[in-house]
Design a protein around this ligand. Structure first.
Ligand SMILES: Cc1cc2nc3c(=O)[nH]c(=O)nc-3n(C[C@H](O)[C@H](O)[C@H](O)COP(=O)(O)OP(=O)(O)OC[C@H]3O[C@@H](n4cnc5c(N)ncnc54)[C@H](O)[C@@H]3O)c2cc1C
Length: 509
């Protein structure tokens, strides 16, 4: 690590939500040995947002990095495995009313090539089966409620993510981080002090008086206390593409037969979509909607109706969302992480992935050059590309929807501007061109892999109508064979519930 004169040894994280505690864990794990002191200050009167139960596969890298095994953390957080996300009712096209966004690994290379081949032929208006669900083992695993933990005989390596309780994961990381030296203060910041040069000097709290530091991490959630309210970094809303600004959430009991899904369900409703996330003790459900199209009470009623809870006393939690990002996440001696830096609605459960990326990139660059403006600019540019890349992909779900039951869905498709990246992708796809080359040419601006792009375009049925017969000499993969291959692999994967029980026993041993 470069030992520059500007090295900041005292780091204050303000905010103890998942973002704050993930940041604390990463910092203390790698930097405590270099003499850094990490303090986390959180307000018990304000509390945390308390949602955020789905992840991407990157979360595995987080726990690997800090050296915590699944048996150590998952049972404490009521965590389950996530093979992918299923999207029913976004498309009305016959045969495409639902599709599944899988997690995949190098072991899926063969099926992926087969899927690309068939999807490319179908996009050239040839009558070939190209629904992504047929090609990915992950989809079959989720369909049978199995865990993505193959036995050794399979020779298969699965990629996957997790679901977990948002409050319990924060508690787990709090215990883990404080045991390794993170100082924990409970207090509410009522003033932020700034040096003459504009850097942040410290924060004031009634409970602890002045708390000073050399470097600050803003994890204050949507309050954005340091980066937004103190340093006045402008916020760029994503409203023209993503107009959901609210959510209502409530739990439901697990299925009576004792089985446990290993996927997130993201079903489109009249004015948005509802997530259904399985934990080991309950389902988390939440309707993400636009308040311009439906009011809070009607949204709650639609969610209750969907969940069969119309007459249930179970309480609903209503939330507002600020969707967009700050222009720069690292400004002066302050890095914003989590909801304080920005948020893209949770359709692909990407928020904690961006937390990880932000802290990772900051640490890498800081280790190389301290506070050099060049590195700060580089980190900011990369974070913005990630936000904008995720926004583009999430927006594509709305742009490709074919529902016409409400003005909401019509406007989501027709009254939203194409981003330049999506415009090029759709142009190439719609003319049956070489999508892979197009995506490769956009690699620097893309967060999602070509496989994810093929899945969404094919899965939502964006194909020409009335396809013709393919010529004899083109290679076509038959769905029955793909199904047979994937179904043949299922014997190597355990039942999801049983796999989690085994994890619990391993932890207890
Ligand atoms: C509806 C919804 C669904 C979501 N689903 C997902 C998902 O599936 N997957 C995913 O990855 N993410 C999801 N997210 C995002 C996820 O919830 C957050 O990214 C994550 O919880 C981190 O939040 P945070 O720590 O940034 O903020 P918060 O949890 O809001 O924490 C803010 C912290 O700052 C503290 N604070 C605020 N002001 C002060 C002050 N003045 N003084 C002291 N402390 C202060 C608070 O007390 C709290 O500790 C979802 C978000 C929403 C709104």
């Amino acid at each position: 690590m470069a030992d520059t004169p500007t090295t900041a040894k005292r780091i204050l994280i303000v905010g103890g939500g998942t973002a704050g505690w993930m940041t604390a864990a990463m910092l203390v794990h790698s930097w405590a040995k270099h003499g850094f002191e990490v303090t986390l200050l959180e307000s018990d009167s304000i509390g945390i947002i308390g949602v955020g139960e789905g992840s991407t596969p990157k979360m595995r890298r987080f726990f690997d990095r800090i050296g915590v095994s699944e048996a150590e953390w998952m049972p404490h957080c009521n965590a389950t495995y996530k093979c992918g996300i299923r999207f029913p009712d976004w498309s009305t096209k016959p045969g495409y009313q639902s599709y599944y966004h899988p997690f995949f690994s190098q072991s899926d290379d063969g099926p992926i090539r087969a899927f690309y081949q068939n999807a490319s032929l179908r996009s050239r208006n040839l009558d070939v089966h190209a629904h992504p669900d047929t090609f990915f083992i992950s989809q079959y695993l989720a369909g049978q409620r199995r865990a993505p933990q193959p036995d050794e005989r399979s020779g298969y390596v699965a990629d996957y993510a997790y679901h977990f309780d948002a409050a319990l994961i924060g508690d787990f990381l709090k215990r883990w981080s404080t045991a390794r030296g993170v100082r924990h203060l409970v207090g509410t910041v009522n003033q932020v002090r700034v040096h003459e040069n504009g850097d942040i000097a410290g924060v004031d709290t009634p409970e602890h008086g002045q708390v000073d530091a050399d470097f600050f991490v803003d994890c204050t959630g949507f309050a954005s206390l340091l980066i937004g309210k103190t340093l006045n970094v402008p916020f760029q809303p994503y409203k023209q593409w993503l107009f959901n600004d609210s959510a209502v959430a409530m739990p439901t009991p697990l299925d009576a037969d004792g089985t446990l899904p290993s996927e997130t369900l993201s079903r489109a409703l009249k004015f948005g979509w509802v997530w259904k996330i399985p934990l080991t003790n309950r389902y988390g459900n939440g309707y993400v909607y636009s308040s311009e199209y439906v009011d809070k009470d009607a949204a709650e009623r639609e969610l209750r109706e969907t969940l069969g809870l119309l007459d249930s006393p179970v309480e609903a939690r209503h939330l507002r969302m600020r969707v967009g990002r700050v222009e720069k996440s690292w400004v002066r001696n302050c890095l914003a992480v989590g909801l304080a830096q920005g948020f893209i609605e949770p359709l692909e459960a990407t928020a904690l992935m961006i937390v990880q990326d932000t802290v990772d990139m900051f640490m890498q660059r800081y280790e190389q050059g301290g506070f050099s403006e060049r590195y700060r600019a580089d980190v900011n540019e990369k974070i913005n590309l990630i936000f904008d890349g995720v926004k583009n992909y999430v927006f594509t779900h709305y742009k490709l929807n074919s529902r016409s039951d409400t003005e909401y869905w019509v406007n989501a498709r027709e009254a939203t501007p194409l981003t330049p990246e999506l415009e090029r992708i759709l142009a190439v796809w719609d003319r049956g061109g070489d999508l892979l080359s197009e995506l490769r040419s956009q690699a620097g601006r893309q967060v999602y892999s070509p496989t994810s792009w093929y899945c969404i375009l094919a899965g939502m049925g964006r194909f020409p109508t009335r396809p013709g017969k393919p010529p004899r000499d083109v290679q076509v993969f038959l769905p029955a064979e793909m199904r047979k291959f994937c179904e043949g692999m299922l014997q190597h994967f355990p039942d999801h519930r049983q796999a989690l029980e085994r994890l619990k026993q391993a932890e207890a041993a």
